[in-house]
Design a protein around this ligand. Structure first.
Ligand code: ZN
Length: 412
């Protein structure tokens, strides 16, 4: 058994319990007891450590990230979704160069910001071995996309191959899932094919949905940016949307789904998604950069969706640092009481995504996995607004524990 403690433990449990001079007694499998550090100290402990002027939180969860796009820094255009997608199409090969090096860096960067668990969207499985061998807990979403019938067999074979490979690598820290890229990039035949596989194998599904107004006008009226997109990049003059919004949402009736972005939902859409077994992930910095808009968090609350935030890939973000994402969200929602928002944001990267990714983490309480992040925060001992001060000040982990083991991040 090991014991760690810190000036403050933020448990992220149902009551948002915060323990000053708190401690956690744990082994490699799970948390044994949580309480005051001094009460938990006893003989015969394998390891005892108290982190002064520090905060312990559940290790953070980044539930939507594309590691394969980790090379991007200044290659792509922001400010409009159409310009961004064009720049992706024009730079696709350059973006994928030296992927291994950049994915390794991205794993390290994630861990440094306290992340122990990810929902990784993978389109080519370039990240498969690196992620399965890493210390991270990984929900590995094999992504499918394709609109040209001539290549459907190839797309299906490749998708099958990737799913099969990732299933072979499954263990307690690595699970296989499926991602449908988006309604504009996926033919209905391929979508049904992938969904069938997800249902048969009881796999979690993820999809981008209504990220942009360009996608909205494509789904509603077959018009706008995507008309030109298919003409220019696929020489298809007669392209039409494969779905209405409703027929796309129909696909997810029988599976558990994470919808990503959802920036352009109307009341009917909110209604429909709320009836599915689904949650919505929001990526605030990505949404600001591509669509000049933030997710309607207040509306989501009306429909009882918990807030979940993630970074998305580096193709639409300046870093994979979850704490920077948290700060962006904190400043984005000016109508919301800032202390309440700080607490919601902490849950948005711990307890709330944990419910869907199911690695038994995201909360510091008896029986949960021993996944913790420890951050130095100056003067936190005397702070009264702990969640808020934590989000404002925390920069990089002092230590990160996954399954009770301290991770040597510099040498991963
Ligand atoms: Zn994404």
């Amino acid at each position: 058994m090991k014991l760690i403690g810190a000036s403050v433990v933020i448990t992220c449990d149902n009551n948002f319990t915060i323990i000053k001079d708190g401690g956690i007694l744990f082994d490699n499998k799970k948390i044994i007891k949580v309480g005051k550090f001094s009460d938990l100290k006893k003989d015969k402990l394998e390891e005892v450590q108290f982190y002064n002027s520090c905060v312990i939180t559940p290790a953070l969860i980044n539930s939507h990230i594309h590691f394969e796009f980790s090379k991007n820094h200044s290659m792509l255009k922001y400010g409009s979704f159409g310009e961004w997608l064009d720049s992706i199409m024009n730079n696709r090969d350059a973006l994928m160069q030296d992927s291994t090096t950049h994915i390794k860096k991205a794993i390290k960067e994630s861990m440094k910001s306290g992340v122990a668990c990810v929902g990784a969207i993978s389109s080519r499985a370039v990240d498969l071995d690196l992620l399965s061998q890493s210390e991270l807990k990984v929900m590995f979403f094999n992504e499918i996309m394709g609109t040209n019938k001539d290549f459907f067999d190839k797309v299906k074979d490749d998708f099958n191959e990737r799913v099969k490979k990732s299933k072979l690598l499954e263990d307690v820290n690595f699970k296989t899932a499926i991602a449908l890229h988006s309604p504009y990039s996926l033919d209905i035949e391929l979508a049904h094919y992938a969904i069938k596989k997800a249902i048969e194998n009881k796999m979690l599904v993820s999809t981008h949905f209504l990220e942009s107004k360009e996608e909205l006008s494509w789904l509603e009226s077959n018009s706008g940016y995507f008309k030109g997109f298919f003409k220019h990049f696929f020489h298809n003059d007669d392209a039409e949307s494969h779905y209405s919004k409703d027929s796309f949402l129909e696909l997810f009736k029988k599976c558990e789904t994470l919808f990503v972005h959802c920036l352009y939902l109307n009341n009917d859409d909110w209604d429909r998604i709320s009836k599915l077994k689904a949650d919505i992930i929001s990526c605030p910095r990505s949404n600001r950069l591509l669509n000049n808009r933030y997710f309607n968090f207040l509306k989501a609350k009306d429909y009882k969706f918990p807030l979940i935030i993630a970074t998305d890939g580096k193709s639409s973000n300046n870093s994979l640092n979850m704490l920077d994402e948290a700060r962006c969200a904190l400043f984005a929602y000016e109508k919301y009481n800032i202390n309440n928002l700080a607490r919601e944001i902490l849950l948005a990267m711990t307890k709330n995504p944990a419910k869907r990714l199911k690695f038994n983490n995201g909360i510091i309480e008896k029986g949960k996995a021993s996944d913790f992040a420890i951050f130095y925060v100056d003067d936190i001992n005397s702070a009264e607004q702990i969640a808020l001060n934590f989000i404002l000040q925390a920069r990089e982990v002092e230590d990160l524990y996954i399954n009770g083991k301290r991770i040597d991040i510099e040498n991963v």
